[in-house]
Design a binder for this molecule. Structure first.
Ligand code: SF4
Ligand code: SF4
Length: 430
């Protein structure tokens, strides 16, 4: 593969044609699942603009974009510095195949896709980020932070491997303090107590709208397709938080109306499935699509491109600058259920809670090829689900369409298994 400046027009054209075709076909399938709420359309427009029309994210002209590579980068801090955070974890199969030439074979496809976009320079949402903040979490992200620096100025952000003790949070707090002057230099704006409070407030509003939305998501029968919901949540990566929260408010109003009018998109007895595991980043939404195309309801997700990204607000007890910084450091480590932490029993607790709250009947455990941190926790999850009598399957996938048929067969069989189990349970009760 030629270096970026040597990438010729023909290669670029082929790349664009292929990547936009995949994104367009997945968006079309997601839209076709069921009647989409009108208020969800602007979120789909955002994904379309970024991945198909190849335009930059929508934001004030004088506002800089700062790329982030994980939910552990506090968006509040980036907004406090006057910039917009753009999450660059991508699910592009075409970018992955380019990144494959620069990243070792056994690394996960997500980091290869990031590297691929870095090399190709065709995605304005990526290219216009003047800085990349890359948390050092798993080995793939750690080494990516080193290599992606060759295409984009990158700041690695140390994440402690433990999160229980205050001393662990202190490590992250120091890192956040180290990040402040770097952001300030980038934007020319100072992070003050006022701007930090505003940042916390803006993200807090989005978290509030999300928590309201999740109440509607729990409804049986479903009020909106889960794949469409995940797309709405993915759009958060590319929208200014105020705009996302405002649109989310409209979506909540429409969900309220759908509830009153009993305008459902599923039947009461369709199997309700929770997806957990490696990130599901647009356009790689093949697993949610397969679940819903095969007759399941994608009823909840415990993933960092979905519900996990916005579920816990920052809780500020001490409103001083240091107090807010401490609240941020604590919010971004202690409740985080990402398996990059050594002890992650909270994740099992959280998933059990979600199963009860969302009337879940089966769990699909998604592992991206090469994603060891999630794979490590599968056994624990299987044991926990066994005790709850909840069926679970592990599905491994890559960034291509070659595994789709095999995934389809396994997901279809899993849905049938849940149906049989429910049928037997109903007959037993009679
Ligand atoms: S899986 Fe964990 S480390 Fe990877 S992006 Fe999500 S939160 Fe960050
Ligand atoms: S947590 Fe998994 S998917 Fe995310 S960067 Fe690490 S290996 Fe890749």
């Amino acid at each position: 593969m030629a270096e970026p400046d040597e990438v010729n027009g023909r290669q670029r054209e082929l790349f664009i044609r292929k990547s936009t075709r995949v994104a367009a076909s997945y968006l079309k399938r997601a839209k076709a699942l069921s009647e989409m709420p009108d208020a969800a359309k602007p979120f789909f427009d955002v994904l379309e603009n970024v991945y198909i029309r190849l335009t930059d994210v929508q934001k004030p002209e004088d506002m800089k974009s700062i790329g982030t590579l994980c939910v552990m980068v506090p968006a509040e801090l980036v907004y406090a510095a006057g910039a917009m955070p753009v999450r660059l974890c991508s699910g592009s199969y075409t970018a992955y195949s380019v990144g494959d030439d620069y990243i070792p074979r056994d690394a996960c496809p997500l980091v290869k896709a990031v590297m691929g976009f870095g090399k190709m320079k065709v995605l304005p949402a990526f290219d216009n980020c003047t800085l990349l903040v890359a948390p050092v979490t798993c080995d793939c992200k750690k080494k990516l932070a080193g290599v992606v620096d060759s295409v984009k100025n990158t700041v690695p952000l140390q994440v402690p491997p433990l999160k229980r003790e205050d001393a662990d949070t202190e490590v992250f707090l120091k890192e956040l303090y180290r990040l402040i002057p770097i952001l300030e230099k980038e934007t020319g704006r100072q992070v003050t107590a006022k701007s930090l409070a505003e940042g916390i407030n803006m993200v807090g509003n989005a978290q509030y709208e999300m928590s309201e939305f999740l109440k509607y998501r729990r409804h049986v029968p479903a009020l909106m397709s889960g794949t469409q919901i995940l797309s709405v949540m993915n759009a958060y990566s590319y929208m200014p938080v105020k705009m996302w929260a405002k649109q989310m408010h409209r979506l909540n109003e429409e969900m309220k109306l759908r509830l009153v009018q009993e305008n459902f998109v599923s039947r009461k007895n369709q199997p309700r499935i929770l997806v957990t595991g490696s990130p599901i980043a647009f356009p790689n939404i093949k697993i949610p699509l397969l679940i819903e195309e095969m007759g399941g309801v994608f009823a909840a997700d415990e993933t960092c491109m979905g519900e996990r990204g916005l579920y816990d607000p920052v809780s500020v007890i001490d409103p001083s600058f240091d107090g807010m910084m401490r609240a941020l450091a604590s919010r971004y480590t202690k409740p985080c259920t990402c398996p990059v932490f050594v002890d992650n029993s909270q994740r099992i607790y959280r998933i059990k809670q979600m199963i009860r709250e969302n009337n879940i009947q089966g769990v699909i455990y998604h592992v991206l090829r090469g994603c060891l941190v999630y794979d490590y926790e599968y056994q624990l999850m299987e044991e926990a689900m066994g005790k709850m009598d909840i069926p679970i399957i592990r599905v491994e996938s890559d960034y291509n369409e070659e595994d789709v048929e095999q995934l389809r067969i396994r997901i279809e069989a899993f849905i049938e298994l849940i149906k049989l189990k429910e049928y037997a349970a109903v007959h037993e009760r009679q």
